[in-house]
Design a protein around this ligand. Structure first.
Ligand SMILES: [Mn+2]
Length: 350
């Protein structure tokens, strides 16, 4: 049985709001979903699994109609989906009353239930969110499986507030494939029997690395499944070393040079670390206005000459503070406290 597995599409999300590329990213999310639908058609896929959070929030009726139209285009493919914590089954959710195409199977039960497909000898288990958080694990709910069938579980969660689970325990439950969602980084466990799809496209700047969909083949003899990246956008977190000699112009030059080698689909978060001369002002706003820069983290300390300051400000607060801090253990926390303290005191003197 051939399948495609996606999760966390988050249709309706507006990534990097306020940035010039935000609208394009919003549209990319819809376009990528439509592209997956086309792949399902050309690859003659039997099952499309959507493991929760298809929508960023409660879906609008017209949005459900849009995706139902896409599902109609792949009438040979059976679409099985569950609601996640973002698009959970609120009492007023349009999910509750929507008339899906015949090839669409929405598993809306609170507890784990299953749908059997006799012809394909497949049994698909799953449950939906009825609220934003579920703190109970699911193991007690999984009944004994009919091992003559290909058993599949659609699962959304994996952190403390969203159905906590251990992959090891889940692997022991005996499913031929567990199609998971919620964690936005893709990954697999237990010889690909358990796959976390990852967000189809990154939803915010913390969704670093590659994103895409999984396509595979599962039989009673085993599973083969592969990740297919869709490279419309990739967030990169890049540390940039600064030092006490560095001027603002040098930093700007360095950032521009990095960006000149960037792939067009990359968006950067720069983490400035190291030491900065207290006299130098970095123009962070200018960096933030560059193309392909979403944020800048100032993670450096100011480069003070503490020995010299001890002498110069011997009888003043700064001098006394530096001497007092010398009694602390020489660890990273004490170092930071020293820098922050001196910095605060120097600001009052300027
Ligand atoms: Mn989720």
């Amino acid at each position: 049985m051939r399948f495609i597995h996606i999760a966390d599409v988050h249709l309706g999300a507006v990534p990097d709001e306020g940035k010039p590329w935000s609208d394009r990213r919003k549209q990319d999310i819809w376009d990528t979903f439509a592209e997956v639908i086309e792949v399902a058609e050309t690859e003659k896929i039997d099952f499309l699994f959507i493991a929760g959070d298809l929508f960023q929030r409660q879906p609008l009726l017209r949005e459900l109609k849009e995706i139902n139209y896409l599902f109609r285009r792949i009438s040979r493919t059976k679409v099985v989906l569950i609601a996640g914590n973002h698009d959970y089954l609120h009492p007023k959710s349009y999910y509750n009353s929507f008339q899906w195409e015949e090839n669409v199977y929405f598993i809306g039960s609170k507890e784990i239930s299953n749908i059997s497909f006799e012809k394909e000898n497949v049994c698909i288990y799953g449950s939906s969110y009825w609220q934003r958080e579920i703190r109970d694990p699911i193991y007690g709910q999984i009944e004994e499986l009919d091992t003559s069938k290909i058993n599949i579980l659609l699962f959304h969660g994996g952190d403390a507030k969203h159905i906590p689970c251990s992959w090891k325990k889940l692997a022991e439950a005996g499913f031929d494939y567990v199609a998971s969602g919620h964690i936005h980084q893709p990954g697999s466990y237990g010889e690909n029997r358990i796959v976390m799809a990852g967000a189809l496209q990154p939803i915010d700047q913390n969704d670093t690395g590659q994103h895409g969909f999984w396509m595979g083949d599962v039989t009673k003899l085993g599973i083969s499944v592969k990740f297919y990246p869709v490279r419309k956008c990739e967030y990169v977190h890049l540390p940039v070393a600064v030092n006490g000699e560095m001027t603002n112009g040098e930093l700007i030059y360095k950032i521009k040079e990095i960006l000149s080698f960037a792939e067009p689909f990359q968006i950067y978060k720069f983490i400035l670390s190291g030491k900065k001369n207290p006299e130098v002002e970095f123009d962070i706003q200018r960096i933030l206005e560059m193309d392909q820069v979403v944020s800048v983290v100032e993670d450096f300390v100011l480069d003070y000459d503490f020995e010299k300051m001890k002498e110069t400000y011997h009888n003043q607060m700064v001098g006394r503070f530096i001497r007092a801090m010398e009694n602390n253990p020489k660890d990273a926390v004490a170092q930071k406290a020293l820098y922050y303290g001196v910095d605060a005191l120097c600001k009052t003197m300027r």
